[in-house]
Structures are given as C-alpha cells and as structure tokens.
Design a binder for this molecule. Structure first.
Ligand SMILES: *[C@@H]1O[C@H](CO)[C@@H](O)[C@H](O)[C@H]1NC(C)=O
Length: 302
C-alpha cells in the first residue's frame, strides 16, 4: 500500500516525476520501441528520434520492417506517404501476417504507377494458407502528396480495412459456413518496399525506371491497439494514452453511416472484386460471396 505521507518526500516526488516521464515517452508512437528494421541494410531508416521511418528501394534491394509485438486480434493504424512521381513497378506494403505453414495474413499493398496514373490499392485476406480474396481500389486522393492513415481492424467477428477512417472493405467471419477466418495464429505487423515490375503495374507492361532510384516511402504514427501475444499469455490492455478508440476495436462493426461510406467507396473506387469474377470461379463463387450477395438482396427487399 502506498502511503500518502511517503509520497511527499522529495525522493518519492522525484521518482514520481521520472515515472511520469517514462509513461509519457511510451504513449507517443516511437519506431525505435515498436519495430525492427529487418532487411535492406541501411535502406530502412528511423528518423527524428523515432517519429518517422523511411524505406527505400534501389536496383540492388528493397527494405522492410516488422513490429516487435505480435497480436492475437488488434487494430493497427499507420500513416504512409507513398513513392512519388514515377513509382511504376514498385510495391509498398503494410500488412499483418502469422508465421509458418497455413499462415494467416491481412494485406494492404500499394501498386505504383507511371507518373500521372493512379496507384492501385490491393487488399487480400489469407486464412490457414488460403488467399484468393482480392479487392482492389483506386484512391480518392493522391497518396504521394501527404500522409494518409491506413488501418486494419481484426476482431473475432470481422476484418475491416479503413483509409482515413473510411471503411473500404469488410471481411466477415463466416467460419459457420466453412470459410476459414484468422482466429488462432498471432500476427505481426510488416511493411516493405520492393520491386515487382513483372506484374505490379498495368499487368507488368510498365517496368521500374531505375534511373529514378532510390524510391522512398515514408511512415509515421504507427499505433497498435491489440492483444499482445507473449510466452506468458495474451494481454489486451490498450497500450498508450493516445490510442485510437481504446478497446472499441474489439467489437467494432459498421454502423449505418460507415456502411454508406463503404458503399460509396466500393461503388466509385473499387476496380476489382473477386466476388464478382465469375470467369475465375466457373464452379461457383466462394461461399462468403454468395452469402454477402443474398444478404444485400435481403436488405434491399426490406
Ligand atoms: C495504373 O494506371 C492505369 C491507367 O489509368 C490503371 O488502369 C491502373 O489500374 C493503374 N494501377 C496500376 C497498378 O497499374
């Protein structure tokens, strides 16, 4: 039990002040504390005392980093400013992934383009090693001109992809009808900048222009609210004072306003949806696609 009279001693006051400093320091996003640069030698850089991180790509290599923590359910937010001008052939990623066979993964991948042409934001979900659930979008802003926030909400019921807090995609837990959903493998946050000019830009027709290298993408304000997985178990306390929405992510769903926004994005900016690609699934669309269509049909009837 802490006694009040003790806390008035000068030493105790000093200790309290020091503790306050430590708490304040951990509450701001800091890449030194939160991530490890994992590949690309010195092409990944942490700047400004941990406030910024940049990744770069040249002909010899790209670069990448990963979170120190792994999470079993989380909301992760990252602000990114993508490779400007001619980014054809480059791919910038921000994703969650587990390790080992039968892995789970939740992806944002930004496919670069030649100057003046739009980036494609590619999303996918893997569960127990199975992907093939792509949706792709153009963005309603220039993602190279300023930082924008990209978020993944991953809870037991659903995965929500958000851009500047607008939901762009919802992937429901349809385990009840046999669709695998990530619920048991902890995932880390990963990010990378690499060359994929065999396929990334306009189907691989436009290659990386290496005379423009190095290419650089910038990161700031990484925030993870999640259940941190460790050998001693899982701890779900919200990590920091400035954490977005506290614990709300654990049951987050789309309210009517968010659903309207999702529909606006999907109607105007979605350029590919596996759920409408009948050519790709001649045996019939995946079960979750049939379900979401019948749910939409049902909601239109009422
Ligand atoms: C690049 O621009 C073309 C033409 O506007 C567009 O069709 C394509 O989706 C864009 N993105 C990529 C990655 O090719």
């Amino acid at each position: 039990m802490a006694s009040f009279t003790h806390s008035q001693s000068p030493l105790m006051l000093l200790r309290l002040m020091l503790m306050t400093c430590i708490i304040a320091a951990t509450s701001a996003a800091n890449f030194y504390q939160d991530v490890d640069l994992t590949w690309g030698d010195l092409r990944g850089k942490i700047l400004n005392g941990g406030q910024y991180l940049t990744l770069s790509l040249d002909k010899a290599s790209g670069s990448g980093f990963q979170s120190k923590n792994e999470y079993l359910f989380a909301r992760v937010d990252m602000q990114l400013k993508l490779v400007p001008d001619n980014s054809a052939g480059t791919v910038t990623t921000f994703y969650l992934s587990s390790q080992g066979p039968g892995h789970d993964e939740i992806d944002f991948e930004f496919l670069g383009n030649s100057s003046g042409n739009p980036y494609t934001l590619h999303t996918n979900v893997y569960a127990q090693g199975k992907g093939n659930k792509e949706q792709q979008f153009h963005l309603w802003f220039d993602p190279t001109a300023a930082f924008h926030t990209y978020s993944i909400v991953w809870n037991r019921q659903r995965i929500i992809f958000l851009v500047d807090n607008s939901p762009i995609r919802e992937f429901l837990n349809n385990a009840a009808i046999g669709v695998p959903f990530p619920t048991s493998q902890p995932m880390r946050v990963y990010s990378s900048l690499w060359n994929a000019d065999e396929w990334a830009t306009q189907g691989g027709r436009v290659k990386t222009d290496w005379t423009k290298a190095p290419f650089t993408a910038s990161y700031r304000n990484f925030n993870a609210n999640g259940c941190v997985n460790s050998p001693s178990g899982s701890s779900c306390s919200s990590k920091s004072a400035n954490s977005i929405n506290g614990q709300a992510w654990r049951t987050q769903e789309l309210d009517p306003a968010a659903r309207n926004r999702l529909q606006w994005v999907q109607r105007n900016f979605m350029i590919y949806d596996y759920c409408t690609d009948l050519k790709r699934f001649p045996q019939g669309l995946p079960a979750e696609c049939r379900r979401s269509r019948s749910q939409i049909a049902a909601s239109l009837e009422t």
